[in-house]
Ligand binder design. Structure first.
Ligand SMILES: *Cc1c(COP(=O)(O)O)cnc(C)c1O
Length: 483
């Protein structure tokens, strides 16, 4: 399997899965995609239907990765997808499923269900891919006797998922910047209570954007980056996207009885990483009817899928919402879909994303390409604080099920795209306890707390407060890498 860049630089240049595993952007600023999407045969689909999650993950990863020996890859997926890791769920049987499907009911003739993706260590769907990345990175680094210092900025979910995936991993350190005193008590405790010596929490005196700017400044110091082996695990990482393809298959099998059936998925979206994996599953031949993109008030993607206009927002136009993990100004994985939409024409992709940088966006409304969005199954919708709160309340009253704010955005938009007889699967992206304030507002009660998290906020915390100054962060890295 060869990989190429969406912007086409060095068209003859090909890369393997392992070569792009630890990298981010391609050299030309594009994103990596496989040269062709592997297709799933009818026989494979039949055989995969009954596989345990870890073995399904192995089968799907094998199609994208031919430079890790099969027995090693299988060992990695089996080590990752265990009931012990995805245990924050009702019962053992659900834990064994890794991503259990929870049926809500039938609405407008469509069976409506939630695919639970947040039973892992940090209670958000990012654990699904990040836990595998932790094991893949450790494996790849050990093979070449290398080390890696992961530097990131987080406002919550990504940072904690990365830390829980990398804790205790050989050859890896994590330096995670978060805005000092700006995260919820639960999210802060989740990250800062980690005592592993390879995890460093830096509480930056500033807001999330200050933390993000420091990461950019350090990464742009190429000499420092090379000397201290600085890397990232942000949402454009290709292996993260592939790992997410797996649960679309798992969800499909759980919601259907035969491979003649079709299903739709609704995906609460921010950076377009999660739903990009759904697009890839569909390109592989999974019988997906619709891919519904659900956004919050930050509706960059909804606007595109309704109008053909992609208009990134300025920082001042980005809202802080009660589904904060979807608060984005632009969608960093969107370029992968645009590449496919334009019939894989890298010169046009390059031009469009130059327009994004220079003019703040592009308009495909008038071009024939936009009509093809529906051929790819995409539709969309958006949510607001009021509809989010109403949906949390409604789902609780009707189905006795507590959902978090992001999942609520998904259910709200899913209901606008139901088709009789076609199961609608909403991806559940976080557990309610992570966003307790809105649960209290909607339900006038405390969110459910998985047993393993009782007393989390009173555990001792380990973090370093630093000023919003890139040099101070560099000094900290130098002092703590011993290199
Ligand atoms: C990250 C995140 C999202 C958005 O996912 P993308 O891949 O960025 O589209 C949605 N919900 C939750 C809870 C998240 O943590």
């Amino acid at each position: 399997m060869n990989y190429l860049s969406t912007r086409g630089a060095g068209a003859g240049e090909r890369h393997t899965f392992s070569e792009i595993l630890l990298g981010g952007l391609a050299k030309d600023g594009g994103l990596y995609l496989p040269a062709d999407y592997p297709r799933v045969t009818a026989d494979e689909l039949t055989r995969w239907r009954t596989l345990p999650y870890a073995d399904l993950a192995f089968e799907i990863l094998s199609k994208f990765c031919d430079d890790i020996p099969a027995d090693h890859l299988r060992a990695l997926t089996r080590k990752t997808y265990t009931a012990a890791t995805y245990c924050n769920v009702r019962d053992d049987e659900s834990a064994a499923q890794i991503t259990p499907l929870k049926t809500l009911g039938v609405e407008d003739g469509a069976p409506l269900s939630l695919l639970e993706l947040s039973n892992g260590p940090t209670l958000a769907f990012k654990d699904m891919a990040m836990q595998l990345i932790g094991n893949l990175f450790e494996y790849a680094l050990a093979k070449h006797g290398e080390t890696l210092n992961i530097l990131g900025a987080t406002s919550g979910d990504t940072g904690s998922a990365a830390e829980y995936a990398m804790r205790g991993k050989k050859g890896i350190r994590v330096f995670m910047l978060s805005p000092h005193k700006k995260m919820s008590a639960f999210q802060t405790a989740q990250m800062y209570s980690l005592q592993d010596p390879n995890i460093f929490n830096l509480a930056v005196q500033g807001v999330f954007d200050d933390a993000q700017d420091i990461v950019k400044a350090v990464s742009n110091d190429h000499a420092f980056k090379a000397k201290y082996k600085i890397g990232t695990v942000n949402s454009i990482n290709w292996a993260r996207v592939v790992a997410q393809v797996v649960y679309y298959f798992k969800g499909y099998f759980a919601a259907t009885k035969s491979n003649a059936e079709r299903v739709s998925f609704t995906v609460p979206s921010g950076n377009f990483g999660n739903v990009c994996a759904g697009h890839i599953a569909r390109m592989m031949g999974l019988p997906i009817e619709k891919l519904v993109v659900a956004t919050n008030e930050n509706d960059v993607l909804d606007e595109f899928f309704r109008t053909g206009i992609y208009r990134v927002r300025k920082a001042a136009e980005t809202y802080h919402t009660s589904s904060p993990s979807m608060d984005i100004s632009k969608a960093s994985n969107f370029e992968r879909f645009v590449y496919d939409l334009l019939g894989r024409d890298p010169a046009r992709v390059l031009q469009l994303f130059r327009d994004v940088e220079e003019k703040g966006g592009f308009d495909l409304a008038a071009s024939g390409d936009f009509a093809r969005v529906r051929e790819f199954g995409f539709v969309s919708g958006s949510s607001s604080h009021d509809t989010r709160v109403d949906t949390i309340r409604d789902v609780f009253q009707r189905y006795d099920t507590m959902i978090d704010t992001h999942t609520a955005d998904g259910v709200k938009v899913a209901r606008e795209h139901l088709q009789p007889g076609i199961p609608m699967i909403v991806l559940e992206t976080a557990q309610p306890i992570k966003f307790g304030e809105t649960i209290r507002e909607a339900l006038l009660r405390e969110p459910e707390r998985p047993a393993a998290f009782s007393g989390l906020e009173s555990l001792p915390q380990r973090f370093e407060v630093v000023p919003a100054d890139a040099q101070r962060v560099k000094d900290f890295i130098v002092a703590n890498t011993g290199e």
